[in-house]
Ligand binder design. Structure first.
Ligand SMILES: Cc1ncc(COP(=O)(O)O)c(C=O)c1O
Length: 372
């Protein structure tokens, strides 16, 4: 259907990667890694070179999120999905309430639900609707997802939780650019393959003193069987020494550190502003075309990290997405597979430039209008 599509040279994006994760790792980062030669990759994570790298990255997070001194930047292998289990096993005392608005928030709820010694409750909205988490009485963990990657919903506001409650935020896909005062959360965690432009299989979990205390208290409770790889006491002890409990992928930490350095030059507020400008561009485009509409109806929940835009059923977007992918012009803008919508899902992650997003909107408009 789009076999004849020719994208003019002036609309060619500088980078084809518009996917919502894994995200665009800058080619400059790959070159910088190569320049470390024989002194980093293939050396021990218990030795100075790697520990200095890890320490620099942890300090970079502290500076970027303006963390109070008593917060912990915990790290480990396994990514956010691994943390879903690790948090439910070792940080929920009796009951967790999960605010669910799509695939990933539901996955986290399901992980918690499997733990036999805790109670779980789900507060859920339909896919495409926004959700505002609340400090539900009787729960000691309030679990919410900063940016629901499957639908493009972001949280509009965060509750103030009670002294015995922990506010946990899965910040995997919006962390770093979706507004959130991390110093007011207890566990703010992410895998770094989204805004933080690295690879998967790794996690950063920023812990408040309250969360650290809870984790260490529950780790001492030997009636709960927790595999060593998921033990918070081991994770925290290693993180305090700028190490991971088991061997990490050094390249992942390297790219993450490069990205934090880059984002620190602009600052958290500046990065959020840039993200909002990209979101305004995308949603403004959707509202200006009769054949497009924003999937998220309430504007306060529209993500500044992942934009979901529905397309009139008269034009099937899948052959267009396939053609742009085949021609290596645009990668990764298909809707979340389980949503099954005629939709573009476009990443607004920090390294994707507004100029490229502008070109992308023009390519898509040109292609769709040629078929109407
Ligand atoms: C919001 C959210 N949470 C969790 C995950 C799972 O991350 P990982 O695959 O690194 O475990 C993802 C992945 O896309 C995500 O978008």
């Amino acid at each position: 259907m789009f076999d004849d599509l020719k994208v003019p040279q002036e609309l060619m994006p500088s980078d084809p990667r518009f996917g919502s994760g894994p995200s665009l790792v800058p080619v400059d980062f790959l070159k910088s890694l190569a320049e470390t030669g024989v002194h980093l990759m293939g050396t021990s994570h218990r030795k100075k070179a790697v520990r200095d790298l890890v320490g620099e990255m942890q300090q970079g997070m502290r500076d970027y999120f303006k963390l109070p001194k008593d917060f912990t930047v915990a790290i480990g292998n396994g990514g956010a999905t691994f943390l879903f289990d690790m948090l439910a096993l070792g940080m929920v005392e009796k009951k967790a309430v999960h605010f669910v608005c799509g695939e990933f928030s539901d996955k986290w709820f399901k992980a918690s639900k499997k733990i036999p010694w805790i109670e779980t409750e789900k507060v859920e909205v339909a896919a495409g609707d926004g959700i505002t988490p609340k400090a539900v009485a009787g729960a000691d963990v309030i679990a919410c997802t900063l940016n629901e990657t499957s639908t493009g919903v972001q949280i509009d506001s965060f509750p103030t939780v009670g002294p015995d409650q922990l506010l946990m935020v899965d910040a995997t896909s919006g962390g770093g650019q979706v507004p959130c005062d991390v110093s007011k959360t207890d566990v703010y965690f992410f895998s770094p393959q989204k805004v933080f432009a690295s690879e998967g299989g790794f996690f950063v979990a920023i812990l408040s003193p309250k969360a650290r205390e809870r984790a260490l208290k529950l780790a001492a409770d030997k009636t709960r069987y927790i595999p060593d790889i998921m033990r918070w006491d081991l994770c925290i002890d290693n993180s305090d020494k700028a190490q991971t409990y088991n061997t990490p992928a050094i390249s992942t930490i390297f790219f993450l550190n490069e990205q934090v350095k880059l984002m620190n030059k602009i600052g958290y507020a500046g990065v959020q502003k840039m993200a909002q400008a990209k979101a305004d561009l995308l949603y403004g485009w959707a509202e200006s075309k009769p054949y497009l509409s924003c999937f998220i109806k309430e504007s306060k929940y529209r993500s500044v990290a992942v934009a979901t835009i529905d397309v009139d059923e008269k034009v099937d977007v899948n052959p267009l997405i396939d053609k742009l992918d085949q021609d290596k012009i645009v990668y990764g803008i298909d809707a979340y597979r389980k949503l099954g919508r005629n939709q573009f899902r476009i990443s607004l992650f920090h390294n994707i430039t507004i100029a490229d997003l502008e070109k992308l909107t023009k390519i898509l408009s040109m292609a769709i209008e040629s078929k109407l």
